[in-house]
Write a protein that binds this ligand. Structure first.
Ligand code: URA
Length: 211
C-alpha cells in the first residue's frame, strides 16, 4: 500500500488538526477513532455526536454504552476492535453528513485507516457507513448478511442509536452481533487459504481502489 497511508497515530494527528471541510468550524474535538492498529474487526459508525465531540472519542454516549453491550454479546471488548466513523467531526445538530463531507473525510482518513489496519471484517453501523461499501444495500433488508468486498467481509448492521430509538430493532441487532464470531472465523479462514488460480470469480472491482 502507498507510503501516504502512514501510521495510525499519524492519521489521528492529521484528523485532529483537519480543516478540509466545513465540519471543522463547529467541532469541539475531532474524533479520529481508536483501537488496536492490528484489529481483526473494524466498526464504522456515521459521525460523532454530542458526547463524542466533547471527548474526542467514538461511541462514548448512550449508543456507545449499547455498543459495549453488543460487543459483549459477541464475546468482544472494546479494546479488541477498532472503532471509527465515516466523518470525524460532528455534523451540526447531528444532521446527516453531506456527500462532499463524506468523500473528503473518507478519502483523506477512513480509507487509509482501513488499509493500515487491514481488518478481515468491517461492521458498518447505519446506512452511511454501509453505503460506502455496499452502494445498493438497504439496511432493513440486508443487515447481518456478510458480503465480500475487496478481500474483507462487510457486515451491515443497524445503527445502535436506531435500536435505542426503536426497541423492535434491538433483537435484530443483538442477533447480528451474536453471529459476529462465526463471521470472523469465516473471514479469517478464507483469507488464510491460498488463492486458487483456476478460480476466476474475483470479487468485482469497485470504486474503493484504496482497499
Ligand atoms: N454515533 C456514531 O455514528 N458515531 C459515534 O461515534 C457516536 C454515535
Amino acid at each position: 500500500m502507498s507510503g501516504s497511508v502512514g501510521d495510525i497515530t499519524v492519521i489521528a494527528q492529521e484528523v485532529r488538526g483537519c480543516t478540509r471541510c466545513g465540519l471543522h468550524t463547529g467541532r469541539v474535538r475531532a474524533v479520529p477513532g481508536e483501537g488496536p492498529a492490528d484489529a481483526k474487526i473494524m466498526l464504522i459508525g456515521e459521525g460523532p455526536g454530542y458526547h463524542e465531540d466533547r471527548q474526542g472519542r467514538p461511541f462514548v454516549g448512550p449508543s456507545g454504552q449499547f455498543l459495549d453491550e453488543l460487543l459483549a454479546i459477541a464475546g468482544l471488548r472494546r479494546s479488541d476492535v477498532f472503532i471509527a466513523n465515516v466523518v470525524k467531526c460532528r455534523p451540526p445538530q447531528n444532521r446527516d453528513p453531506q456527500p462532499d463531507e463524506i468523500s473528503t473525510c473518507t478519502e483523506l482518513y477512513l480509507y487509509r485507516q482501513i488499509a493500515l489496519i487491514d481488518p478481515a471484517v468491517i461492521v458498518t453501523l447505519g446506512r452511511f457507513s454501509m453505503n460506502l461499501f455496499l452502494p445498493g444495500a438497504r439496511i432493513m433488508r440486508d443487515h447481518g448478511k456478510p458480503q465480500w468486498v475487496n478481500g474483507r467481509l462487510i457486515v451491515p448492521m443497524i445503527h445502535p442509536a436506531a435500536a435505542l430509538h426503536r426497541p423492535e430493532n434491538r433483537p435484530l441487532i443483538e442477533a447480528d452481533f451474536e453471529r459476529l464470531p462465526a463471521i470472523l472465523a469465516e473471514a479469517e479462514a478464507e483469507r488464510s487459504t491460498p488463492a486458487d488460480p483456476s478460480n476466476d470469480e474475483e470479487p468485482p472491482l469497485e470504486q474503493l481502489s484504496l482497499f
